[in-house]
Design a protein around this ligand. Structure first.
Ligand code: GCB
Length: 613
């Protein structure tokens, strides 16, 4: 029996970051099947599922909705983060017989194993990013196919993000971060096909422009031996076509576009890029939309198309009652509507990459994204082995995020970490302390990994209040989360802002790089008021935000202000999290504005304010 189990585990292939570049698409050469719906679900708290071959069929299972976190759908498992099993059954259309068939899981938090018809397929580590496996060898025709996914979300210190670290953040469940560890199949699961003969595996589009002429460098990777292809760019009423020839399965096109329409906030113009693979006939094709724009940084600002852009917006979460972190398009659209309503133009995907529809929507409406991997609450004062394991996982997450999101014009920067600290219990330490040295080296390594993958976007890490000053310079522009007047200088906004001012001036004098405050804010219980601002009231939250903005409006090197948070969100239980919620939202969890949301709407839409460029 034991031998059978081992063999089974060994046959599970590791997911490959390079396989997730192209979202499933339906056209003349490809097909898709969205497996969203009600699945079977079973808790495996005794870890007997593999031994008992649950991949051959879940008995006595419950029903659960996919996508959606499981924690709040079923009774009694809110805090359960151990093994669970999901199963669904589907016919596969007979027209797919001569195609490659893949399974794509949008996000499984945290560790997932996949079986098809009882056969081991593969495993993936880390939530919030997709993974893909070929299932050609496993599918059955003319009968139902069983798809089984085992998920486990143990809070472990050698994971990203970390749990059970005995760190600064003491909460239940024991996560070293401030958001609820919602688990399960949070995004849709797809089956999709590509042609057997040869298919387009990935497309990387690098936009640029000179004067009024735009360019798209299109790199195409195929699986197979098609000799030739065509790249066709359209969208402005014209078509720009270039033939490509493959060498070692790679081909490049450089498309030149006269009178280019740039992608910017006012006019987020998208070009359609179509790649066709062919020999005597067309074998495969794939279309994506992208924009032509550049992102750069000078010593004062982030520049979009060479012009300074002031980043007004929020850090947020994928979080909603019952659904948890599950994909929910109506809420996603509503959130963009509300962010626009406040006058915001940008958002950080704190603290993990969001669902892919989020980026497509941002591309269309003209919204800027700082894209962040789930490397939150990292520290460098435990064992070398833990540090190395987390670094390996983070590096892979960077590759996955880049591969998934690289063609979105809305993505203007990569964030490699949120609030890493030398010590699990926070603090700056001395320059020579090992955790300070190692932390800087590891973060720099992550920044160089993403910059090697992508030289067209700035990269940064998001710094914690009271962290080492010497780390700040490794980012292309400096990102600071600061809560003076909330976690320190409690109740005293004026003193908090004075300290903020000192730190800003000192940091800019030292590094001469633009600064974004990626988090600042205060908890406010909607409906709680005071005549003089007092902590936890709407007045205090509004005053806190106002005084920070008043300060930074006078600093021309502050390139952005992101309020923490867009909406109230669920987190673990703890003595500073009343009812298990973080109330720093300027909207409530059900998206009703607090006083500060109305304030931001006035402030960020005020055309007489010189920061609203
Ligand atoms: C932070 C973290 C964020 C927390 C926030 C808070 O610095 O980056 O995840 O939710 O503070 O409200 O304490």
């Amino acid at each position: 029996m034991l031998i059978a189990v081992l063999t089974n585990a060994q046959q599970l292939k590791k997911a490959n970051a390079e396989d997730i570049g192209l979202f499933p698409q339906r056209n003349n050469h490809r097909n898709t099947l969205d497996l969203s719906g009600i699945w079977k679900f079973k808790v495996d708290s005794l870890h007997v599922g593999e031994k008992e071959s649950w991949f051959n069929g879940l008995s006595k299972a419950q029903s659960i909705a996919v996508p959606g976190s499981y924690n709040e759908q079923l009774n009694g498992i809110r805090d359960y983060l151990d093994l669970v099993w999901y199963e669904t059954e589907t016919y596969i259309p007979k027209e797919w017989k001569d195609q490659n068939i893949f399974i794509r899981v949008g996000s499984a938090v945290y560790h997932a194993k996949v079986w098809v018809n009882g056969k081991p397929v593969g495993y993936h580590e880390g939530g919030h990013l997709p993974f893909v496996f070929s299932v050609n060898d496993h599918v059955k025709w003319n009968e139902k196919n069983r798809i089984t996914i085992q998920i486990e979300n143990e809070m472990r210190v050698d994971r990203v993000p970390t749990g059970n670290s005995n760190g600064a953040f003491s909460s239940f469940p024991s996560a070293n971060y401030d958001f609820f560890p919602y688990s399960g199949l949070n995004r849709p699961v797809w089956l999709y096909t590509t042609p057997k003969k040869a298919y387009i595996k990935d497309i990387t589009v690098i936009p640029n422009y000179q004067g009024t002429t735009g360019s798209l460098d299109v790199k195409v990777e195929q699986v197979g031996n098609a000799k030739k292809g065509t790249v066709i760019v359209s969208g402005d009423g014209k078509e720009y076509t270039q033939e490509i020839t493959f060498k070692d399965q790679l081909a490049n096109a450089k498309i030149s576009i006269p009178n280019v329409k740039l992608w910017d906030l006012e006019n987020p113009f998208l070009y359609n890029v179509k790649v066709v693979l062919k020999d005597s006939d067309i074998i495969d094709s794939y279309e994506l939309e992208t924009g032509i724009r550049t992102v750069s940084v000078n010593n004062k600002s982030v520049l979009l198309n060479g012009k300074p852009v002031y980043l007004k917006g929020f850090g947020k979460h994928e979080d909603f009652p019952v659904i948890g972190r599950g994909q929910t398009n109506p809420v996603m659209i509503k959130d963009f509507e509300l962010m626009k309503w406040t006058g915001a133009n940008s958002v950080r995907t704190s603290h993990y990459p969001y669902d892919e529809e989020f980026y497509r929507t941002a591309d269309k409406i003209g919204f800027l994204i700082i894209d962040e991997i789930p490397n939150v609450g990292m520290f460098f004062d435990d064992s070398d082995q833990n540090i190395e394991t987390r670094q390996r996982i983070s590096s892979n997450m960077l590759k996955e995020m880049y591969t998934r999101d690289k063609n979105h014009p809305s993505v203007i920067s990569w964030s490699v970490a949120n609030e890493p600290s030398p010590f699990a219990k926070f603090g700056a330490g001395k320059e020579t302390d090992k955790p300070v040295v190692v932390g800087k080296q590891k973060l720099s390594e992550l920044i160089s990994i993403i910059k090697k993958l992508d030289s067209t976007r700035p990269a940064l890490y998001v710094s914690v209040m009271g962290g080492p000053e010497s780390w700040l310079g490794i980012s292309d522009y400096i990102a600071m989360n600061r809560y003076y007047g909330w976690y320190t200088n409690v109740g005293n906004i004026k003193e908090g802002v004075r300290i903020m001012k000192e730190e800003l001036e000192k940091t800019y004098a030292k590094y001469n790089k633009p600064i974004i405050i990626t988090e600042f804010g205060a908890d406010a219980q909607a409906g709680m008021h005071s005549d003089q601002p007092e902590m936890f009231t709407e007045e205090y939250q509004k005053e806190f935000i106002k005084q920070y903005l008043d300060l930074t409006d006078s600093k021309d090197y502050v390139t952005g202000m992101h309020v923490w948070n867009f909406a109230d969100f669920k987190t673990g239980q703890g003595i500073i999290r009343f009812g298990g919620f973080n109330y720093k939202g300027v909207f409530t969890r059900d998206r009703r504005p607090k006083a500060s949301a109305h304030f931001l709407r006035e402030r960020w839409n005020d055309k007489t304010n010189k920061k609203n460029y």
